[in-house]
Design a protein around this ligand. Structure first.
Ligand code: GRF
Length: 196
């Protein structure tokens, strides 16, 4: 059974979808939900599901990324994860941290990568007049939002879509895509999952 640690920063709706998917004959189970915000609502949900939780507040480290990551590594390595999922985790991780989990850390990003790495993806897709938009799951490498694609889900941009309405529809796709990719990834299958 593969052990999966999930990193979150807030509500953790993607984490919830992942946790709910890991049941019955699924080859993985959540071993930790870890947040950079001790007040993240996702921590309460995870604890309610019996998943071990931990939090390391990034704010006291005031931009000393390495010191923060050294603290973050303690509960993460103690959980002995086989796979690390970033799910709405809003801190940029250094190459040193990422390299410790090379090939077994994945992330979901709300765009059709390689388009729109970084933030404000929905507004950028609208501004560009894209007819399609969506989300991607990729292996995490030192370069931001740049690793090999493990899955993509796409939808049609509709007349009158705003960044908010688009974000809401993409988020629903994320909740389908991420569990599907994790299930495949946990079996060592890197064939991309394509939805829509
Ligand atoms: C959402 O914008 C999602 O697109 C991105 O992270 C944000 C929060 O996700 N992956 P979650 O609800 O915390 O999973």
């Amino acid at each position: 059974m593969k052990r999966v640690a999930i990193l979150i920063s807030g509500g953790g709706s993607n984490m919830r979808a992942l946790v709910e998917s890991m049941t019955a004959d699924h080859p993985a189970r959540a071993c930790l939900v870890l947040s950079n915000d001790p007040h993240a609502a996702g921590l309460t949900y995870a604890a309610g599901q019996g998943v071990p939780t931990a939090a390391v507040d990034h704010r006291p480290f005031r931009g000393d990324r390495t010191a923060f990551e050294q603290k973050l590594l303690e509960p993460l390595e103690a959980a002995e994860p086989d796979i690390v999922c970033l799910a709405g985790f809003m801190r940029v991780l250094t190459g040193d941290f990422v390299n410790r989990f090379a090939g077994r850390m994945i992330n979901i990003h709300p765009s059709l990568l390689p388009k729109y790495k970084g933030l404000d993806t929905h507004a950028r897709a609208l501004a560009a007049g894209d007819r399609q938009h969506g989300c991607s799951v990729h292996e995490v490498t030192a370069a931001l939002d740049d690793g090999p694609i493990l899955g993509q889900a796409r939808l049609d941009v509709e007349q009158g879509d705003t960044a908010q309405s688009l974000a809401a529809r993409v988020l629903k796709l994320e909740h389908q895509l991420y569990p599907a990719v994790l299930r495949r990834f946990a079996q060592g299958d890197r064939t991309p999952v394509l939805i829509g």
